[in-house]
Design a protein around this ligand. Structure first.
Ligand code: N01
Length: 540
């Protein structure tokens, strides 16, 4: 775009009240909500379809760890009633079908520009509007909503020689749409996070040989996925309003199959502790981590739970040496907890091999495989299950500049700074859905998204009614919020190990705990801020 407003691509810029970046669950609901309130909204999306995370993450075994009846929109009771889920936890194809159903049902596609990548985003101080340059033209809008997801920029670590590998390589977060056939192949998987833990048993079923390169062993708890019982589904549907309301009172915005334990793990007798943990191991899912109130807070209690899982690994994995390699010794659940279907069991299969790269990192990738400690492990195909540049990666890659040309990348040089995870000082009229500093990835994402979208929509209506042109966080409010998020995180065990929550998986990324633990108090603060004349925001 030149200074006289002519689009350098030759076309007139597309002008809207609001431009939304991303057509995942956040962008779709934002569009629907704002459209209903009379705003002119355009959504830009780099993919060729809706669904965000579920559009990209098509790796074998991809499945949501949040139960289907809770991992769905609540904004329309008719939608809730008409959609049928088939399993306790939905697989990626079913969630993507749901996203497409929502897009069709609310006629969302007519305002989404697919296959459009944002390349530069600038605030125009003179006109009080955002200019988004994309590879397919320019957009002008007074407001901009970043619905770009928390885990949307793949992390592909650098390995010497990677370009010389002669077989195909895949990243779990950019899986080919046509699928991959591993039958008869020797496959290597790098990484043992949530994605790998889901993918490894499924790939192992299909391939000839599987070699897993593990840098840090991970705790995983059985998901216990199963077909969704029709009466369970009917029960949820009959009680959706009460259950949705209860979800919002939970730390992670989801209700568990068993009630949260209110007592302390370190005070439980050995028998009582084992019985309770075993019951939760058998029930499956995140309820395991809610057995006692102090698992995420107290090192001694956490250690007892970790030891319980270590015992399970020793019991499941036949070969003691492999079991020892698979056994983690760090804090349990300070990395994102994993759920699995036969993960540890998979290492009992004779064609599945585990290579520990914790002490001796991967040297390089050769034409024929992966080289560790001078030994080449031949593979025909290589899967990078190496995660994402979480929470900030996508936002920073869009080259956002705010007031007086200040760069978001500079403002976030020492870690992301936001107010409420919703806005950034010096970047007026820019909202981030599930931005750093909000509970986001520590919760069931869909209720978190709905809470943000509803808050932003209410804010835009309030601004319209008051005739205000801009809203932006005050620097003091932002500084207070950054300190608050750090203080809350430091009350927990989260900062005690290297996780992507801290940015520790990306070389050179500043180590700061990015999400805010605790959904209900956060929602209350957001409500309070809005009701108190958007306390901490400057309106002009
Ligand atoms: O990524 P990760 P993910 N050499 O960052 C390893 C969500 N999710 O895609 O631990 C060797 O967790 C790295 O090792 P280390 C969920 O929020 C949800 O699995 O850093 N290894 C680690 O083992 C999840 O947390 C669902 O030492 C290297 C792995 O790669 C998030 O997405 C399903 C390496 C990366 O694990 C990300 O999960 C899947 C290197 N140079 C994902 N670099 C559901 O809801 C990295 N690694 C179901």
């Amino acid at each position: 775009m030149s200074s006289d407003g002519v689009d350098l691509n030759g076309a007139e810029p597309s002008v809207h009240d609001v431009v939304v970046v991303g057509a995942g669950f956040a962008g779709m609901y934002m569009l629907h909500k704002l459209r209903g309130l009379g705003f002119d909204v355009a959504v830009v999306e780099r993919a060729s379809g809706v669904g965000g995370t579920w559009y990209w993450n098509r790796y074998p075994g991809a499945r949501c760890d949040v139960e289907s009846m809770q991992y769905s929109y609540s904004f329309d009771p008719e939608l809730e009633q008409e959609w049928e889920w088939s399993e306790r936890y939905s697989g990626q194809p079913e969630i993507l079908r749901y996203a497409n159903h929502v897009a069709d049902r609310y006629d969302l596609r007519r305002d989404i520009r697919f296959e459009t990548t944002v390349t530069q985003v600038d605030w125009d101080d003179a006109d009080n509007q955002w200019r988004l340059q994309t590879d397919r033209g320019t957009y002008l809008a007074r407001f901009m909503v970043m619905a770009t997801g928390c885990l949307s920029t793949a992390n592909v670590p650098h390995f010497d020689g990677a370009e010389t590998f002669e077989g195909p390589t895949y990243h779990t977060g950019r899986w080919p749409h046509e699928g991959v056939d591993f039958s008869g192949l020797s496959v290597g998987v790098i990484g043992t996070g949530s994605s790998a833990i889901q993918a490894i048993p499924v790939i192992a079923d299909e391939c000839l040989e599987l070699t897993v390169f593990q840098r840090t062993p991970n705790y995983s708890v059985p998901a216990r996925n199963e077909p969704l019982d029709a009466s369970d589904q009917a029960d949820w549907k009959a009680n959706y309003r009460e259950r949705r309301a209860r979800m919002l009172t939970q730390q992670a915005a989801m209700v568990q199959r068993l009630p949260d334990g209110e007592d302390l793990a370190k005070e439980a007798s050995a028998t009582e502790f084992d019985e309770r943990m075993q019951e939760r191991w058998d029930v499956g899912g995140f309820t395991f981590y809610r057995a006692y109130s102090d698992i995420g807070l107290d090192a001694e209690s956490n250690g007892r739970v970790a030891e319980f899982v270590r015992g399970k690994i020793a019991g499941i994995v036949d070969d003691p040496e492999t079991a020892a390699k698979l056994t983690p010794h760090n804090t349990i659940a300070c990395k994102r907890p994993c759920l699995d279907t036969n993960y540890y069991e998979t290492f009992n299969l004779s064609h599945v091999h585990l290579v520990d790269v914790s002490e001796t990192p991967i040297d390089r990738i050769s034409a024929a495989g992966v080289v560790v400690d001078g030994q080449e492990y031949p593979v025909d195909a290589l899967v990078y299950a190496t995660g994402f540049d979480a929470m900030t990666g996508t936002l920073l890659r869009m080259n956002v500049t705010g007031r007086e040309g200040a760069r978001l990348a500079d403002h976030w040089d020492a870690g992301p700074r936001t107010y409420l995870g919703l806005g950034v000082a010096g970047f007026p009229n820019m909202f981030t859905v599930s931005g750093p500093g909000s509970p986001s990835v520590l919760t069931n994402m869909i209720p978190s998204i709905e809470q943000h979208v509803d808050w932003i929509a209410r804010c835009l209506v309030d601004l319209r009614e008051r005739g205000a042109a801009t809203i932006e966080p005050e620097a003091d409010a932002e500084a207070y919020w950054v300190d608050y998020v750090n203080a809350v995180a430091n009350l927990t065990l989260f900062p005690t190990c290297n996780s992507w929550y801290l940015g520790a998986n990306i070389p050179g990324k500043t180590r700061v705990f990015m999400p805010l633990p605790g959904f209900p108090p956060y929602v209350e603060i957001c409500e309070d801020v809005a009701s108190d004349n958007y306390r901490g925001f400057a309106l002009a």
